[in-house]
Structures are given as structure tokens and as C-alpha cells.
Ligand binder design. Structure first.
Ligand code: ZN
Length: 87
């Protein structure tokens, strides 16, 4: 159960069940800040010791997978998982 994902005409397809419901799971770099002494979170946006959920979500959306080079595919229909791809 370690086959590679099928790409046909630019569409990702599950090699087991043929479904197109393919998730790409990737590692991404996210910047976190905290006070070195107290470990209190420091906002990456305002540099103050509080970070709203909205700002945390913003950091998640901005987190870049490029340069990390590690991802895999999952079929949401049958549960198939590819092996780990590396850049
Ligand atoms: Zn599948």
C-alpha cells in the first residue's frame, strides 16, 4: 500500500480506487515568537504578548511549503496514503 499517486491530464487520481478526492499533505514553515524567559506567546504581527486567533490563522495561511520539501498524498475516499515525497 505504497504506490505513487497517478497524475492524468494534470488531475491527481488515487491508484487504488480511482477517486479524484486526493489531499496533498505538506510540511510548511511557520514563524512562532515567544518571550524567551516566560514562554508567553508574542504576536508575529504586533510584537505584543497577545496573538488573536485571526492573526494565528493568518500565519497558517502564509506558511510556505517551499524549501521544506516533504509531502504525501491521501485519498479521502478509500484512505490510501502515498509514501513520503522529498524534494
Ligand atoms: Zn482511493
Amino acid at each position: 500500500m505504497n504506490e505513487t499517486v497517478i497524475i492524468r491530464d494534470g488531475v491527481y487520481i488515487c491508484p487504488v480506487c480511482g477517486s479524484k478526492r486526493i489531499t496533498e499533505a505538506m510540511q510548511a514553515v511557520i514563524l512562532k515568537k515567544c518571550d524567551a524567559n516566560t514562554r508567553t506567546i508574542i504576536s508575529t504581527i504586533t510584537n505584543k504578548p497577545y496573538m488573536s486567533n485571526r492573526d494565528k490563522a493568518f500565519e497558517y495561511d502564509c506558511a510556505s511549503p517551499s524549501g521544506v520539501g516533504c509531502w504525501f498524498y491521501v485519498c479521502r475516499k478509500c484512505g490510501w496514503e502515498s509514501g513520503l515525497y522529498v524534494e
